[in-house]
Design a protein. Structure first.
Length: 332
């Protein structure tokens, strides 16, 4: 296959060529559901890295699909180079096919058993399939490291073109190792979030003790037309992890670390952000600045400068419409 064909195959969850290559090399290959591939090294090992790479949880976030397609194709050409047990998830297949973020509801708000009225959405069934396969991959015996990198792209431009959300619930040593790896992999900023949303990375962190993150790589783009040179360091770091089975930092570069100061929740259709749609992620707001209104509810900056991330007034009522973060000065 050529490059474009490799990208299209992954976007359509066609793992046939990659799966055959690893199976023929003696690896244990499973396809537990459409768009989910699991590859285990042929020899049992109790301390081996288990790595989950997920893309396309939002169907219009295409750069990670292209990057992963390139990595998988290169690795399948020399399958014995793989030194980790690997799970690949292509998330919202129907939305990817239509170039939409989602069809009915945001898949990345469904990684929970408490969905309420959202249980009837088509994406809920997809989330269930992904959760079952994830539990099988991370469950059972095995004392090695468990990592999950959920790869996304942001809707808005950002003062940090690459950044990641890290659940603060992760054990300290694993969290430090993850943050160091992310910085070395070209991720400019890290947000530690103590309040967990029902996202895929929060699910793996809380349920299986995984070192996980939601990594944002640039902006939304058209499948096949992304400039992957922006993420060359990230791609190289992932390739090294897959081929070494280790999680040492690719380079000694630490990211800027933030922590969540407040969560902006859309409580009604009266919700309004107090800035325009051109406002970039990590735009600074001085203490006391009014951020949003929602009827009688007002969101304002606290005593320290806060930076806005993921502002989105178009989310459903009851969902997060943005995060306000502050710089973290102490070590993780």
């Amino acid at each position: 296959m050529n490059y474009a064909a490799n990208v299209q195959a992954l976007a359509e969850a066609d793992f046939s060529e990659v799966a055959d290559s690893f199976a023929n090399a003696g690896y244990q290959v499973r396809l537990p559901a459409k768009g989910i591939l699991q590859i285990a090294l042929p020899t049992p090992a109790s301390r081996r890295l288990r790595l989950l790479l997920s893309v396309g949880v939002h169907g219009d976030e295409t750069a990670p699909i292209e990057m992963l397609a390139h990595l998988l194709h290169a690795l399948s050409a020399e399958p014995h180079a793989l030194q980790a047990d690997l799970m690949v998830v292509v998330g919202n297949l129907a939305a990817i096919a239509q170039g939409k973020r989602y069809l009915e509801v945001d898949l990345n708000r469904l990684f929970t058993s408490e969905r309420g009225v959202l249980q009837a959405a088509a994406e809920a069934e997809r989330a269930d399939a992904i959760m079952r396969a994830t539990a099988a991959f991370f469950g059972g015996d095995g004392g090695g490291e468990k990592w999950h990198l959920d790869l996304h792209t942001a809707i808005r431009k950002s003062h940090y073109p690459t950044f990641a959300i890290v659940p603060d619930v992760i054990a300290n040593t694993a969290k430090r190792n993850l943050v160091a790896w992310l910085g070395g992999a070209g991720i400019g900023a890290i947000i530690l979030n103590a309040k967990l949303a029902p996202t895929y990375s929060a699910y793996t962190a809380t349920q299986f003790g995984v070192a996980s993150c939601t990594a944002e790589l640039g902006q939304i783009g058209v499948l096949g037309a992304n400039d992957l040179s922006q993420f060359a360091i990230t791609s190289a770091a992932l390739d090294t992890m897959l081929r070494s089975g280790g999680t040492l930092a690719f380079r000694k570069v630490m990211p800027q670390v933030f922590q969540v100061a407040q969560e902006i929740v859309k409580r009604s259709e009266d919700f309004r952000l107090n800035f325009d749609r051109a406002t970039q992620n990590f735009t600074a707001f001085e203490p006391g600045t009014l951020i949003a209104t929602d009827g009688a509810c007002r969101y304002s900056v606290g005593a320290a400068t806060e930076y806005v991330v993921f502002p989105n007034p178009d989310v459903r009522v009851g969902q997060r419409a943005g995060l306000m973060v502050v710089r973290r000065n102490r070590e993780i």
